[in-house]
Design a protein around this ligand. Structure first.
Ligand code: MG
Length: 386
């Protein structure tokens, strides 16, 4: 059966790799919808190549550019973030792959779930912000949320065939990023360029900074909590610099299963689209002789404070992970714009968590409100520092 795919965020790193996967398997997948935030030129190029039914550009100022370039085709063109939420519900779509950056992924994902679409989730922030409501909504609408994040795909692959065998614990592996083994003094001076230079993975700017600060691993712990219905105590982080073991599950008999392979996001993307099938590909294979030793160490949460802030937020629960995420998005944005230093990101997130209004059982509107409040607070804290 040909699966019809909507890619929300097709011009980003995950979006581009998803198109590569689809191109490799024309008998299995077809592109139905492409959306982009701002990259009109690449969106046009992708639309001409893959001939989707519909494209959306979030930036309304670029509507004319996209619409004129595609005027000679049958492709429908819309603009604005509301349009992205609407196309996620279109009748023809089987799977919505959410690869938007940050909080912006939340509303389209909610709409896609309500319309009964399967979700291939690359936007972890959706579950970090409102994991309780999203998982409940998915259950009510009989929708599966299939992880695209490599660690969560690994856990998911380890669980196939385990039916209802309880998980004792999971180990999320972390590469450790470009600053593994460094101290606080070193981190104080790191530049934007150093932080964007990840040793193993090529990704978008936001997630690359999150990987360098280990916030990405904190967000992934929260994502795992919701995807696999775990308690915070069941989620452990282990630093594994080679990025070959993508994560592990430990069962109640002490047996551990790991999923391994070369670091290549096309594999977890493809598995989320093809599940329960595996499709043949010609990607390079792992060779043991290239990796005579795989090493594991603990993460230094005193140096990488973002990781402990994320665990604090996960333990506190309620809207605290939403606050953490909002403050982090503002902090990363300001670091990328060279307005604050690397270490200051943790200070800003910590202060925002202290000052924001805590809500133990938030509604969907509470989450939207908390997100705005935390963003404003984080921005104010940055302004005051100057
Ligand atoms: Mg990951």
């Amino acid at each position: 059966m040909l699966k019809k795919i909507a890619i929300l965020g097709s011009t980003g790193s995950i979006g581009k790799q998803t198109l590569e996967v689809i191109e490799q398997h024309p008998d299995n997948f077809v592109v139905e919808v492409l959306t982009a935030n701002n990259s009109a030129e690449l969106l046009i190029e992708q639309a001409l190549k893959y001939q989707p039914n519909t494209v959306v550009i979030a930036n309304k100022e670029k509507y004319n550019q996209v619409s004129e370039a595609l005027a000679s085709t049958d492709i429908k063109v819309y603009a604005g973030s509301e349009a992205i939420s609407q196309v996620a519900q279109m009748g023809e779509i089987d799977i919505v792959l959410t690869a938007m950056v940050g909080f912006s992924g939340l509303l389209p994902t909610v709409n896609a779930i309500k319309a009964g679409k399967q979700i291939a989730l690359a936007n972890k922030e959706t579950l970090v912000v409102a994991g309780d409501l999203i998982t409940k909504l998915a259950l009510e609408n009989k929708v599966s949320i299939l992880p695209v994040d490599s660690e969560h795909s690994a856990i998911f692959q380890c669980l196939v065939g385990e039916f209802h065998n309880p998980i004792e614990k999971i180990y999320l592996t972390a590469s450790g990023g470009p600053f593994r083994g460094k101290d606080v003094e070193f981190l104080r001076k790191v530049t934007r360029c150093q932080a964007l230079n990840h040793p193993n993975w090529t990704m978008g700017d936001k997630i690359t900074i999150d990987s360098a600060s280990l916030m990405n691993k904190g967000l992934e712990a929260i994502e795992a909590k919701w995807l696999f219905d775990l308690k915070p105590e069941q989620i452990e982080i282990v630093v594994h610099p080679q990025s070959i073991v993508h994560s592990l599950v430990q069962f109640e008999d002490g047996s551990m299963k790991a999923q391994m392979g070369l670091p290549d996001m096309r594999l977890p993307i493809q598995y989320a689209l093809s599940f329960p099938k595996r499709l043949k590909v010609s990607f390079e294979r792992f060779n043991f002789l290239d990796y005579p030793s795989l090493t594991f160490e603990s993460a230094d949460i005193n140096v990488f404070r973002n990781l402990s802030l994320a665990y604090q937020a996960m333990h506190k629960a309620g809207n605290m992970p939403c606050i953490l995420n909002a403050a982090n998005e503002i902090a990363v944005d300001n670091f990328l714009n060279r307005k604050i230093g690397f270490i200051e990101m943790s200070d800003i997130i910590e202060k925002t968590m202290e000052k924001s209004t805590f809500i133990a059982s938030p509604t969907f509107d509470d989450y939207l409100q908390s997100n705005s409040e935390a963003r404003e607070l984080a921005t104010q804290i940055i302004m005051k520092k100057k």
